[in-house]
Design a protein around this ligand. Structure first.
Ligand code: ZN
Length: 349
């Protein structure tokens, strides 16, 4: 049976429909993670590190994704350290051409009882900045474009607050203790997420760096699957789980969590990934960053976008936060290819 052709949708409607796996007028171009670049910073006079710390600059730089690149979403949380800063981690803020990072050689916690969520979690300047930027974007763009927030999962927070090595060692030595830590840290994910929804976010990216090369699919099942299910229940907007690396071995589990979408890495082929999630979660991705978007030209970008469209991937975008030196020319090619492809192939699914 033919489904009725949806009328022309706004960018916001398009993204939200695709996240619900409902019909769309064309596949949305979506960035669950940062698409900020040095070129875009120059265009709107909003630079790192200030654009990570001042709401107006954060909103202005993020809006270039919609205004200059033609994406259907705006995602202002460029870094992965805003809430870790509020938790007390020391941050290396870096310069225009680099992302801020947590100084992981100076972990703040060692034991579950060290975990304390400060009273100013949501009023700390680095979390408040995100909430204000989302508010500014909502007011500026109304219902026109999807505003996507970001709240880090407890596995990532564990890396930041305990140190990557110590956190992974703990998971080997004492799984029970690790689960207790995750359970305590999950409240940060929930509270920051709820505050962003209240500020106007339509959807949330939830990065939880149980990445392919550090953590197995079995680990995902034991430590994170239930927690991610709990997030999907307690955060009342579509959630986009982000995990880098080769993750096909856990996509089946992810599909059972109730996450609206999974933002997947180009180390996974679109076809095998669509099969692995078997229609139970949408996929977002997965144009390669270091080789294609950063080092090659529009022709290579086009090829990858088409491959995703042909596989039925519901939302198209870069696989992860893009390198800051990526060219505008390559980024613009993503939307252009999606529009051209639909002109020849008609509607998506
Ligand atoms: Zn990533």
């Amino acid at each position: 049976m033919e489904t009725a052709t949806p009328r022309t949708m706004t960018s916001r409607e398009r993204v939200l429909a695709a996240l619900r796996r409902q019909p769309v007028d064309r596949t949305p171009v979506c960035n669950p993670t940062s698409i900020a670049t040095v070129e875009l910073m120059d265009l709107v006079d909003a630079y790192f590190p200030e654009a990570n710390r001042e709401p107006e600059l954060m909103a202005r730089l993020a809006a270039t994704g919609y205004e200059e690149l033609g994406f259907d979403s705006i995602m202002p949380v460029f870094s992965i350290i805003q809430e870790s800063s509020a938790l007390g981690c020391k941050i290396q803020w870096e310069q225009k051409d680099n992302w801020p990072t947590v100084k992981m050689r100076e972990p703040i916690w060692q034991e579950p009882d060290d975990i304390r969520i400060p009273n100013d979690l949501l009023s700390h300047p680095d979390t408040a900045c995100v909430l204000e930027a989302i508010g500014i974007l909502r007011r500026r763009y109304g219902d026109e474009v999807a505003i996507i927030g970001k709240t880090m999962g407890p596995w990532s927070l564990g890396y930041h607050c305990f140190g990557v090595e110590d956190f992974l060692l703990m998971s080997l030595d004492d799984p029970g203790k690790t689960k207790l830590c995750l359970d305590r840290m999950k409240e940060v994910t929930i509270r920051f997420g709820l505050a962003q929804i209240e500020a106007g976010a339509d959807a949330l990216t939830l990065p939880d760096h149980a990445t392919g090369d550090l953590v197995s699919g079995d680990y995902y099942n034991r430590f994170l699957k239930d927690l991610h299910g709990e997030f999907a229940e307690r955060l009342p907007v579509p959630l986009i789980l982000h995990i880098c690396g080769r993750t096909v071995d856990r996509m089946g589990y992810i599909a059972e969590t109730g996450m609206a979408a999974f933002h997947f890495d180009s180390k996974n082929k679109p076809e095998e990934s669509m099969q692995a999630v078997h229609g139970c979660t949408a996929l977002v991705g997965n144009v390669n960053n270091p080789e294609t978007l950063y080092a090659r030209g529009p022709e290579a970008v086009r090829e990858e976008v088409v491959r995703n469209l042909e596989a039925g991937v519901q939302l198209i975008g870069p696989e992860c936060a893009i390198p800051l030196q990526t060219s505008i020319e390559n980024l613009v090619e993503i939307r252009k290819t999606v529009v051209d492809w639909h002109a020849h192939h008609g509607l998506a699914h």
